[in-house]
Ligand binder design. Sequence first.
Ligand SMILES: Cc1cc2nc3c(=O)[nH]c(=O)nc-3n(C[C@H](O)[C@H](O)[C@H](O)COP(=O)(O)OP(=O)(O)OC[C@H]3O[C@@H](n4cnc5c(N)ncnc54)[C@H](O)[C@@H]3O)c2cc1C
Length: 534
Amino acid sequence: MEFDYVIIGAGSAGCVLANRLSANGRYRVLVLEAGGSDRRFWIQTPIGYGKTFFDKSVNWKYTTEVEPNLDNRRSYWPRGKVVGGSSSINAMVYIRGNHGDYEDWQALGNPGWGWRDVLPYFKKSETFANGGSDYRGDSGPLYVNDVSSQYHPLCRRFFAAAKQLGFPFNPDFNGESQEGVGYYQINTRNGRRMSAARAYLHPALKRKNCELITRAQVTRLLFDGKTASGVEFVVNGKTSRVKANCEVIVSAGAINSPQLLQLSGIGEPGLLQEFGISPLADLPGVGRNLQDHLDYSIYYRSRVPTLNNRLYPWWGKLLAGMQYVLLRNGLLSLSVNQSGGFLRSHPSRPRPNLQMYFAAITYTTSPPGERPLLQPDPYPGFLNSVGLTRPSSRGHLQIDSADPLAAVKIYPNYLSTDDDIRQMLEGARLLRQMSSTPALAEIIEQETRPGPAVQTDEEFITDIRRRADTVYHPSCTCMMGSDPKTAVVDAQCRVYGVDRLRVVDASIFPTVTSGNTNGPTIMVAEKASDMILG
Ligand SMILES: Cc1cc2nc3c(=O)[nH]c(=O)nc-3n(C[C@H](O)[C@H](O)[C@H](O)COP(=O)(O)OP(=O)(O)OC[C@H]3O[C@@H](n4cnc5c(N)ncnc54)[C@H](O)[C@@H]3O)c2cc1C
């Protein structure tokens, strides 16, 4: 088997690459995806997020090592193992990040990645429901929807509370400025999930020069000396090889991309030798620099009806189901995250350091098996949550075996800096301040978690360590940068020390973006496609 480009992983980035690299018809493109088809009801239906979250038939279901800074808990990390990757199982919130994030990327040794450089790729990727502008695109493959007219009226209470504290309403987090509170835009169209596969891959597969093999897990990259020449993969226990005449592109995501590099001899030599792998390129940065967003929620019992009243009773679910089947709208067509904001915990912060999610529902992301993700509480309730947009804590992950089918060990190292703890505390205090504004206080019957017993800084920090958890944005584990002592790829996404090998996905972010990571990953793949073709 022989192709020009072999792309590993049909996730957010891989789907974009498959489309763009096959568009001119000159190159034969193969995508190898470890998971199966995305033609499943609970993937297409937005609220199916609650079902796929724990479903091993579409999900890698990773668990981190014990995290001392989180009260010795392990964190559950879902990741899409299906066509579309994590964009097929995510919560669909579309956020580009803060303009300053990309200035940071550039300043970290990545020329061409400043905000003005990346904006055209954000625009190219999207069709925004409210039309194009200086900031928004109107003819790209990825539909970005504005479904705010369907959101719960309680969101407006949240905006009023924010206003009472001096935080402005922002009609578009993805426009001129990210700061303020507002509605989240989501990746859906006509009531169905708009994954990267729906936007990019399925149309590309209509071309003769673009092929996809599903349930094909790549186990090793193949080299001719130091030049990537192809890959080895397993389908149903049978090992095959494919040759790449131009390049191999690793888009296996922030956990599996560094794993595959290490398995193939690219990483810290000592670690590789421990598992009997001969080092090919000495890149100690592989698997390091791991960043993620951690989130802390306060739960309330409400005096007014919330989504719990509609989604807890069986007849409420039935009505929502009927509305969805007949009209393709309503609760089943939405994300759980309807509103939120990007705020500064203190005016001295140069840009928003907190992201908030306000949800007119109370549910838990409890460990697998405890209760269904989206089964709300039996009484009216809502939650408000906060996380740091740019945490300074850094974790790492690494192979634990030479077996390519074994999972890596993940050490997130959350809340390991004083500054992160201080900012989280400021965020928690801000949630409390919001709940005491007249707009919210008059509808709160009771704070159910953590409850009034938590008051001092110490008590808050203890509670944060006990309850804060990931919002599923692991990234930065094959960092892009100028120094191969820390970075894995250069500003063209080429892996240092070898030829014809790139990594293109959320693992190459130098720093995690301020917000949700799917949109930025798609932008990265759009830009990388141009570099590869250029
Ligand atoms: C539960 C959840 C909720 C989220 N919510 C949001 C949200 O609301 N908004 C947002 O912007 N972001 C969200 N994210 C994050 C976002 O979806 C990811 O950051 C983004 O999809 C990452 O894209 P990627 O291309 O780096 O990796 P992925 O999309 O994960 O793709 C990697 C692909 O590679 C495949 N693969 C891995 N290893 C191999 C191998 N060895 N051989 C072959 N194939 C392989 C995987 O199966 C997968 O399909 C969420 C993520 C999750 C898991």
